[in-house]
Design a protein around this ligand. Structure first.
Ligand SMILES: [Zn+2]
Length: 680
């Protein structure tokens, strides 16, 4: 198929066609991917031994780019291949790359292949002649994109040759959280340095671009705070009783309830409690976090949604009541449950934001029977609550609103699987659904039909997500509505983001107006700095990992502080799953429900969940390795580590300060069958 580009697309691909590394900056709906297909085509036609890698940051974008763009235009003349995380192809990545001209994969798959020592899997950056990086504003800090480009930059600084050309695509590089022009310029330069690229945008055809990508009409649907809030007040009263149960110095140190600050405070408080082995503190902190969650939900969706969060927490826990603290906390909820539920069902005090959302939806869907809308909400839970609300709302049902949920794909229970997500988008395109309720992360880069209504509902995001959301409203006369509370944080953030959006384009302007020499000097300096920082950080990380010897580290249950094992009992599988191989460990836990995972793994499958035998804390699950070895796989968040340097808690296993050895199947099995002399 022939590719015809619009005038502004022609303009922004010029640098890339000359072989320069460049970032294409075009708004959502401007046709970035098509421009990239064009560059890839010209590159394949004119370069000897050309090999192109298209990198995306989300699994579902692999198929989308393959089916909608790269394969239709290039599939006839070239060997185009899509490799997604679920396919077994990824295990032969190295060979696949040899046998194709263009591959599309997630950055993670390429990163794994760059790290792999197995010949079938391994590739080098220099095996490629062009790297196309989608949503390239993510190329910063610890992201996978930046790990890949970090290698690239290091090779460049070391003056290695034959590096591939780079083409980045973004709807906005953002300001990196900066609010001054000087800092925003630094941020844009850093992104340019990370991608070793200049940034290009249309200069001559800006008005044409505006025609193609019209901006929606923005409307602020602002509501007043509830005048009376008996349900919220009751939650706060219960929290104050928990505060009184704790030492007063502790309670006084916490910031205002119902805020993110408060959440941060109780998360820290729990850690302090673990270090001091003070169950009163840890348990109160954990429960207060649940109450605070309920308050935050109460602030966004229905009261009953907030009630359900607490009710689930108290009634589905496997935890045992060990001491007075547990009895107090469980008792407090049990005593108040009935009253709390009654208050939650009193429609007079329902969340005014929902009434406003209803008016906004009704207006569009009554006027235009063919309306299509997206509501963006903060959390996965939020999307589910709104979905329930839409379906239970007679007024919305009368105008035939049919909603679907769109959330990110992942491994958690609340995550969608890829097929479900695909079907939802398809149903929306075909009109079986006319309202999507989405988290703003899930939506990035997805090929969603044009909407005439985009609602940002009680949402806090950065300017990049805000711009991408606004880009969804592309139908004629479309409306972009912000539903928020008068004087609230969401509204302030919305205004800040508008300012940051214009700051971003000013910053880009300034970067583009630098002389090539000045730009090159700045970029080189940033790249050299980044390489030095990375080398030093690696060295420090290595030293940290060896701080304690594994036999000095004791594992304790985070719920009841019982000692359950040593660091030397831990082995890692596929560099991410951590199992305890000591047969003694079994007596510390009991097993529960069977775990089901969407994904399949090369060597193992999930078994049953495991809980602390003493306090019931959720520890992780058993896994079945090669169908025979049953091993407890532990979540580091459920434990604390007692070391010669004090007690520590970690979020991820990779942060622990001792070396964990790789799991060795033969070694493990032969220790169980000592009669077998396998060594000879
Ligand atoms: Zn325990």
């Amino acid at each position: 198929m022939e590719i015809t580009l619009r005038s502004y697309q022609e303009e922004v691909v010029q640098a890339a066609l000359k072989g320069e590394n460049s970032i294409i900056w075009l708004p959502t709906g401007g046709g970035k991917t098509r421009a990239a297909v064009y560059v890839a085509k010209k590159h394949l036609e004119t370069t000897r031994n050309a090999k192109v890698a298209v990198l995306v940051n989300k699994v579902h974008l692999v198929d989308q780019h393959f089916n909608n763009e790269f394969n239709p235009y290039l599939g006839k003349a070239y060997r185009v291949k899509a490799i997604s995380g679920d396919s077994s192809d990824k295990d032969l990545f190295g060979r696949l790359v040899k046998d194709s001209d263009l591959i599309i994969c997630t950055a993670q798959i390429l990163e794994n292949a760059l790290n792999s020592s197995e010949e079938e899997k391994h590739v080098e950056l220099t095996d490629f002649s062009l790297l196309i990086i989608d949503e390239c504003h993510h190329t910063q800090k610890e992201s996978v994109y930046n790990k890949i480009m970090g290698r690239y930059v290091e090779k460049k600084v070391r003056k290695e040759r034959k590096l591939p050309q780079v083409l980045g695509l973004t709807a906005s590089p953002g300001t990196g959280g900066n609010k001054t022009l000087a800092k925003a310029v630094e941020h844009v330069l850093q992104i340019c340095a990370n991608l070793d690229s200049v940034i290009v945008s249309t200069k001559n055809y800006a008005s044409k671009l505006k025609e193609v990508v019209p901006r929606p009409r923005k409307q602020y649907d602002i509501v007043e705070k509830r005048a009376l809030d008996p349900f919220g007040d009751h939650l706060k009263l219960m929290m104050s009783l928990i505060h009184e149960f704790m030492p007063s110095t502790v309670s006084r140190s916490l910031r205002e309830v119902g805020t993110q600050d408060y959440e941060a405070d109780v998360v820290e408080l729990e850690k302090t409690g673990v270090k001091e082995e003070n169950r009163l503190i840890t348990q109160c902190a954990l429960h207060l976090r649940q109450y605070n969650d309920a308050l935050l939900i109460h602030d966004t969706v229905r009261m009953v949604d907030a009630f359900n969060v607490l009710d689930e927490f108290y009634n589905s826990r496997s935890n045992k009541l060990l001491d007075g603290t547990d009895f107090f906390l469980q008792g407090l909820f049990d005593e108040n449950r009935v009253e709390l539920k009654q208050l939650a069902l009193d429609a007079r005090y329902e969340n005014p934001k929902l009434a406003q959302l209803q008016r906004t939806l009704l207006k569009e869907f009554k006027e235009n029977k063919m309306s299509r809308g997206i509501i963006f909400s903060k959390t996965r839970r939020g999307t589910h609550c709104l979905y329930d609300w839409v379906n239970a709302n007679h007024e919305l049902q009368k105008v035939k609103i049919s909603a679907g949920i769109l959330t990110g794909t992942g491994t958690g229970v609340n995550h969608m699987n890829q097929n479900k997500q695909k079907n939802t988008i398809k149903d929306f395109r075909l009109g079986h659904l006319n309202l999507l309720i989405s988290t703003s992360v899930a939506e990035e880069g997805l090929d969603i039909a044009e909407c005439n209504l985009v609602v940002r509902y009680g949402l806090l995001t950065n300017e990049i997500a805000q711009q991408q959301a606004s880009g969804r409203a592309r139908a004629l006369n479309s409306v972009y509505s912000v539903v928020a509370e008068e004087g609230g944080r969401e509204l302030r953030r919305e205004f800040t983001n508008e300012y940051l959006e214009s700051l971003t384009s000013n910053a880009i302007d300034q970067v583009q107006s630098m002389s090539p020499r000045e730009f090159r000097i700045k970029i080189t300096e940033l790249q050299q700095t980044a390489v030095l920082i990375r080398i030093e950080a690696e060295r420090k990380k290595d030293a940290r990992k060896r701080r304690y010897s594994p036999d000095q580290v004791h594992l304790q249950c985070r719920g009841c502080f019982v000692f359950v094992g040593l660091g030397e009992d831990i082995r890692k599988i596929e560099n991410s799953h951590h199992v305890n191989i000591n047969p003694e460990f079994q007596r510390h836990y009991r097993t529960g429900k069977q775990v089901f995972l969407e994904k399949t793994f090369e060597d193992w499958e999930p078994g049953q969940v495991i809980n602390c035998r003493k306090c019931g804390k959720d520890w992780g699950m058993e896994i079945k390795f090669k169908k025979v070895a049953i091993l407890p796989c532990l979540n580091i968040k459920s434990f604390s580590l007692d070391t010669p340097g004090g007690k520590f808690t970690h979020k991820q296993w990779k942060d622990v300060e001792f070396q964990v050895t790789e799991f060795d199947f033969i070694d493990y099995m032969s220790s169980r069958f000592p009669d077998l002399d396998l060594d000879d």
